[in-house]
Write a protein that binds this ligand. Structure first.
Ligand code: HBI
Ligand code: FE
Length: 304
């Protein structure tokens, strides 16, 4: 399936060397023509783009589909997800049904002081980052259709909840994500959003981490996709390189296929520490720099 609207993470192309501004996020156009542009119902949201999750709106078909999605993915994670993810998943009991964000928020508040907010779908960058900067994670309320069971481009509740929410229970990760929100808001003001979007992509979405000598997944895009979870960890095709902020910021990514490159953290402390500095001085240098040519390699290491 080839998506038509591409502004996930503000990047509209596979090779973001050819930088053009992302398609303007025009909610009014969406409300005028509900079939155009974004999925989701943006009509009933408040000014911060949040909605009320209506548990009774989920149909029996959707509950059944959720259970099949969760069950398939749970079978894959014990040997492939990082231990923090596995521990949180055990507490979340996602096989009980589509999660009620209000109930999860009680446990999440106690664990890391984060909160989930229900949203209609993709958000404009600055709205998304403002939520992160305030320890609020936007979770899409709708579930993919049956035709999208194996693959969906836009985030739905399965990607957002199964992929992202478990990691929010880990304090250092949770602190990093808030700091990322602040950094991204600043980068946007300075014209550096593409670099920060790549950082998000290769960490929060597609990040790998070494744990007791083995490579595991912590990125939501990897953990919510059966195909990519196996590919990212077990295929010889992609490059796997040590986590390096400046390399990541120069590495283009794919939004509609498995990645060509993955970056491996040594610890979540490394993520938090290496991204804590203010990148402002680097933006000028990055601006005149060339993107990494993945065909030439990244100093990649063999899969372990
Ligand atoms: N909106 N709901 C939602 N979820 C995202 O992950 C998201 C978004 N808007 C913008 C955005 N991501 C990106 O700009 C970041 O992924 C970098
Ligand atoms: Fe995501």
């Amino acid at each position: 399936m080839r998506p038509t609207t591409h502004f996930y993470c503000g990047l509209s192309m596979q090779n973001s060397r050819m930088l053009t501004p992302p398609a303007a996020f025009d909610i009014s156009a969406k409300t005028r023509n509900p079939n155009a542009g974004l999925r989701g119902n943006y009509a009933d949201m408040t000014t911060d783009f949040t909605v009320t999750q209506q548990m009774t709106d989920y149909t029996a078909d959707e509950q059944a589909r959720w259970l099949r999605l969760v069950t398939r993915q749970l079978a894959l994670i014990p040997t492939r997800a990082c231990s923090e993810f596995i521990d949180a998943v055990a507490k979340l009991d996602m096989q009980r049904g589509i999660p009620d964000f209000a109930a999860v928020n009680v446990a999440l508040k106690a664990a890391t002081d984060w909160q989930l907010v229900a949203v209609p779908g993709l958000l404009p960058d600055d709205v998304f980052f403002t939520h992160l900067a305030n320890r609020r994670f936007p979770v899409t309320v709708w579930l993919r259709s049956e035709a999208e069971f194996d693959y969906i481009v836009e985030p739905d509740i399965f990607h957002d909840f199964f992929g992202h929410v478990p990691m929010l229970f880990t304090p250092v990760y949770a602190d990093h994500l808030q700091a990322y929100g602040h950094g991204a808001l600043k980068a946007k003001r300075l014209g550096g959003l593409d670099w920060l979007a790549r950082l998000y992509w290769y960490t929060i979405e597609f990040g790998l981490i070494r744990e007791n000598g083995e490579v595991k997944a912590y990125g939501a895009g990897v953990l919510s996709s059966p195909k990519e979870l196996i590919y990212a960890l077990e295929s010889n095709a992609p490059k796997r390189a040590p986590f390096d902020v400046m390399t990541i910021m120069r590495t283009p990514f794919l939004i509609d296929d498995v990645q060509n490159a993955y970056f491996i953290l040594e610890s979540f402390e490394q993520l938090h520490h290496d991204t804590a500095p203010d990148f402002t001085p680097h933006y000028a240098a990055l601006r005149d720099d060339f993107l990494v040519d993945l065909s030439a390699g990244l100093g990649a290491e063999a899969a372990t």
